[in-house]
Design a protein around this ligand. Structure first.
Ligand SMILES: Nc1nc2c(c(CN[C@H]3C=C[C@H](O)[C@@H]3O)cn2[C@@H]2O[C@H](COP(=O)(O)O)[C@@H](O)[C@H]2O)c(=O)[nH]1
Length: 361
């Protein structure tokens, strides 16, 4: 049918629609979830148990309700900053630049630890304590101007900031210094400008971090055929901002539910303990015997991808049963991490986790 025969109103509608859609900005996506599903569909050493996953969804929902899990839980953790201002943005950016790889080969009492406020702190909490201790000592450790100033921010000062209460130093010290030096040169040294550039889109901010800060660009080549994105520290950085600000101010995002759980070594550990994640005999014995799995190894990517996908199935099951629940992957993740830490604190040491040394998580 030629143009002059077509309905003029229909033509006008189509012109307007296609013109609008071609001009409409693309909807920001991180592609982490679709890559996780791809890994799950192709994994041979990691499997999900649907019954356990469904049971875990019920337990997680029930416990989150009982504990009143919400963004407000974030500020309740030891030494997390309380101010709803730029100082907290700077603290979180610094924190999540360095929020990786605290596991140790040493015995518990010999592993890297930070002494602060009369106690010794290990793992993620050792990082939070080290940053707060430095600020108490008037070292501007959360200032990107400081990180760039190699006369003031010397290696000696940074070794002082991360000085250990034991004779094990913080893992990957040199890599952490590199993360700080590199990050100081972007966005006029202000993370708030990076947040503003994302126009209240969480995936857009994740993508900006991954594009403009190489140390946030947590991607890998899966089975030599597909680049898969995990973007763990970029996602947890956005999630920490969202939670610290209760979804307002710097933490206001219109699409925060597009953020997935953060593929580290704690979430697979708790999902395995709950019977949701199952490993092939060789992978299981590697993890139980605490043998290192190299960063980028297929086993590692299967663990990370299947963890993200398993958590998504848990989220979907919770929302299927409780459509009005104010729960997203971030809060599920925070709950799972905290639950794993509680179990560890109550002596549940024998739950093994995989050991990969990298800056990605
Ligand atoms: N998936 C996920 N991974 C998380 C966290 C956190 C801490 N977030 C706090 C903020 C709100 C939450 O309620 C938490 O209290 C640290 N990690 C990762 O774990 C590892 C450190 O482990 P360990 O050595 O045992 O402390 C390391 O890779 C670190 O990057 C999380 O929330 N989710």
């Amino acid at each position: 049918m030629s143009d002059d025969e077509a309905d003029p109103e229909l033509l006008d509608f189509l012109r307007q629609h296609f013109q609008k859609s071609s001009l409409a900005p693309p909807i920001p996506e991180t592609h982490v979830l679709e890559d996780a599903e791809y890994i799950y569909d192709n994994a041979i050493d990691v499997a999900l148990d649907s019954q356990a996953t469904s049971a875990a969804a019920a337990m997680i929902y029930d416990q989150m309700q009982k504990k009143g899990y919400s963004t407000k839980t974030w500020a309740s953790h030891d030494f997390h900053p309380q101010a709803k201002d730029e100082t907290t943005v700077d603290f979180i950016f610094t924190l999540d630049l360095l929020n990786f790889s605290f596991w140790s080969e040493r015995e518990a009492e010999e592993r890297f630890a930070i002494e602060y406020k009369g106690k010794t702190w290990t793992g993620y909490k050792s990082l939070v304590a080290a940053l707060q201790r430095a600020l108490d000592e008037d070292i501007p450790i959360t200032s990107s101007d400081f990180w760039q100033n190699e006369n003031e921010c010397t290696e000696e000062v940074l070794r002082h900031v991360f000085r250990s209460a034991t004779d094990e130093e913080i893992p990957l010290f040199d890599e952490r210094v590199k993360c700080l030096r590199e990050a100081g040169q972007k966005y006029q040294c202000s993370f708030t400008k990076c947040i503003e550039a994302a126009n209240r889109s969480a995936p857009a901010l994740v993508n900006l971090l991954a594009a403009d800060f190489p140390c946030f660009n947590d991607v890998a080549l899966y089975d030599n055929r597909k680049t898969v994105r995990f973007l763990k520290r970029a996602q947890i950085c956005v999630a920490d901002i969202w939670a610290a600000f209760d979804g307002e101010g710097y933490g206001q995002f219109d699409d925060i539910d597009k953020i997935t759980i953060f593929a580290d070594y704690r979430v697979p550990q708790i999902l395995n303990a709950l019977g949701c994640l199952w490993y092939s005999p060789r992978l299981q014995s590697t993890i139980v015997q605490k043998r290192v799995i190299e960063s980028g190894d297929s086993w590692e990517l299967q663990l990370r991808g299947c963890t993200i996908w398993c958590a998504e199935l848990i989220r979907r099951e919770i929302m299927r049963k409780h459509p009005s629940a104010k729960i997203n992957a971030i809060l599920i993740d925070f709950f799972l991490y905290d639950t794993m830490k509680d179990r560890e604190a109550s002596g549940d040491e024998e739950i093994p986790h995989h050991r990969t040394r990298s800056i990605w998580y």
